[in-house]
Design a protein around this ligand. Structure first.
Ligand code: DQA
Length: 146
């Protein structure tokens, strides 16, 4: 039986348009806001310090990865559409020492081919996609059991 490490610090970073969860393309992304879901996540993992950052701006996502990526126990990153375009975010992940898990709410491989390529996958510890908001919980699970 694997035990959960106490006092872990995990940062969830959401990229562009993910501030609209609950309102945005609900048939794909569901009808819950991220803040609502996050409250549940914090209850489930009461012994994990879960911080949260969202930005629609590529450079702000990179700055956050730089700021936290040398001391935090893990970063869970949903880079949104930047996943498929951003070499700069990929370089930021490669530069830091904290493990980063790539997360997607939708199964990107079932969708348009432009969403099949990820710039971040090769520099992440692993990737989780297609489980709705539960993808984030699965990522925390992977970090706490690491
Ligand atoms: C997404 C998938 C991306 O292709 C898309 O651009 C998003 C959300 C997801 O969580 O399923 O914004 O990252």
């Amino acid at each position: 039986m694997l035990s959960i490490k106490a006092n872990m610090n995990v940062l969830i970073i959401n990229g562009p348009n993910l501030n609209l969860l609950g309102k945005r393309e609900r048939s794909i992304y569901g009808d819950r806001s991220f803040e609502d879901y996050l409250a549940d996540l914090r209850k489930i993992y009461a012994n994990v310090d879960i911080s949260y950052f969202q930005s629609n701006i590529e450079g702000e996502l990179i700055n956050k990865i730089h700021e936290c990526g040398y001391q935090i126990d893990g970063i869970i990153l949903n880079a949104g559409a930047y996943t498929h375009t951003s070499l700069a975010i990929s370089d930021a992940i490669a530069a830091v020492t904290s493990p980063v898990i790539e997360v997607h709410i939708s199964n990107v491989f079932k969708r348009e081919s432009i969403r099949h390529h990820s710039f971040v996958s090769p520099v992440c510890m692993g990737s989780i996609a297609g489980f709705g908001l539960d993808s984030y919980r699965l990522a925390i699970e992977a970090l706490v059991k690491k």
